[in-house]
Design a protein around this ligand. Structure first.
Ligand SMILES: *Cc1c(COP(=O)(O)O)cnc(C)c1O
Length: 391
């Protein structure tokens, strides 16, 4: 029988503690989620600034629906590219100090598109991608499915990156890292990466899915916060589904890069453009962030969480971002701990292999500006109790 191995594969996953299932969210507001009829404080969302429910964002979305209809109706190259998309691209290009910007329906698509377009038919075929080991799956899959050789260096290990690069002399080299790493919450050594990429005549690409919206006075992410020019970081990717509270993504860089993607990126050409209303709402959200105090509130919440955890004797990693992993190292224990937290009304992500390396299974706590001090105190108290109960 065709595909009769599906059940066996699932059984194996279950035995090993790696079976994934989904929870249905029935209701969600103000940091509370309702799942299976029970309410939890939500510490497992990437809505770092609480913008998914911001009234102006929603109002703009509704106005966009009235103006442009529900969907875009076509690929951007046919009739799906509207003034709403153009305005968002222009805003991003201006504030990121980039020549041009291109919108994508998701960060997953953008990462794949970048790899496949840059290392596609016009590339001589001996290109190289040198990526941090902890790069997001969407980038790694893209890098594996294009004409480049993919080499990975140990997470944030510049000496290893240097070794990897020293052995190769390909014409085109793309060095890739993340602004804020999605599972560890730490940052890349950007100065060293820039120096390395310039020494090797390469392009540096930054996937800033978790920095964009959170960092920078204008919420433009790591590139703005660390004042990284287009010359230093020729390719910036960011997403709207996390801190910005909507959905979709962008790539920013030279006009030639963007024009080439318009012509060659199959994820762009053969996909219906994002709804114009979504582009309008995204632009509104980006303009709203700077004066809203949300970025500062998030920073305060991170500080509160780390101080409280230290007082409670919890061991945290070095993350200074909204992503605060609590390392467990075993998949079953990670699930048991997440369940013990659920029993105390706290919802956190249980992140296991293969999303993270084996033996680094962890709880992934994400903080938001919409959490109150009491929410965070409740989290730390529950963590301390759950650890005692489970370990
Ligand atoms: C979430 C994420 C993506 C994918 O973005 P989507 O818009 O959710 O598809 C890419 N890279 C990183 C680092 C991410 O965290």
């Amino acid at each position: 029988m065709a595909f009769d191995w599906l059940d066996t594969a699932l059984d194996h996953k279950k035995q090993d503690g790696y079976l994934r299932t989904r929870a249905v969210v029935e209701y969600e507001k103000d940091g509370i989620i309702c799942i299976n009829g029970a309410h939890y404080l939500n510490f497992a969302s990437n809505d770092y600034l609480g913008l998914r429910h911001e009234e102006g964002v929603l109002q703009t979305w509704v106005e966009g629906l009235a103006q442009f209809g529900g969907g875009s109706g076509a690929s951007p190259l046919v009739t799906g590219y509207t003034q709403a998309h153009q305005a968002l691209e222009a805003y991003l290009a201006e504030h990121l100090n980039r020549e041009a910007v291109l919108l994508f329906n998701s960060g997953f698509a953008a990462n794949q598109a970048v790899c496949q377009a840059l290392f596609g038919q016009h590339n001589s075929g001996d290109g190289l991608i040198v990526a941090d080991k902890y790069m997001h799956a969407s980038f790694i899959d893209g890098a594996l499915s294009c004409n480049a050789t993919l080499k990975r260096f140990r997470h944030n290990d510049m000496q290893h990156a240097r070794q990897v690069l020293a052995k190769h002399h390909e014409a085109d080299c793309l060095i890739a890292s993340e602004g804020v790493f999605s599972m560890d919450g730490d940052s890349a050594p950007l100065d060293e990466l820039i120096a390395l990429s310039q020494a090797h005549n390469s392009w540096l690409m930054l996937d800033d899915a978790h920095g964009f919206g959170v960092l920078g006075a204008r919420a433009m992410g790591s590139a703005e916060h660390y004042q990284l020019s287009q010359q230093q970081v020729p390719l910036v990717m960011g997403t709207f589904g996390k801190a910005v509270g909507t959905a979709g993504a962008f790539v920013a860089g030279s006009q030639a890069l963007i024009d080439y993607l318009v012509n060659e990126a199959r994820h762009y050409i053969y996909s219906t453009a994002m709804p114009p209303a979504q582009a309008l709402a995204t632009l509104y959200a980006l303009q709203h962030i700077p004066g809203s105090g949300r970025q500062q509130q998030l920073q305060d919440n991170i500080t509160t969480f780390r101080q409280r955890s230290e007082q409670a004797g919890l061991v945290l990693s070095a993350s200074a971002s909204a992503i605060q992993p609590v390392m467990i190292g075993d998949p079953d224990q990670t699930l048991a701990l997440a369940d013990a937290l659920k029993a105390r009304g706290i919802w956190v992500g249980a992140i296991r292999y293969p999303t993270v390396p084996k033996t680094t299974d962890r709880l992934r706590i994400t903080l938001s500006s919409s959490h109150t001090r009491r929410d965070i105190e409740a989290l730390v108290d529950a963590l301390a109790l759950a650890r005692e109960a489970v370990t």
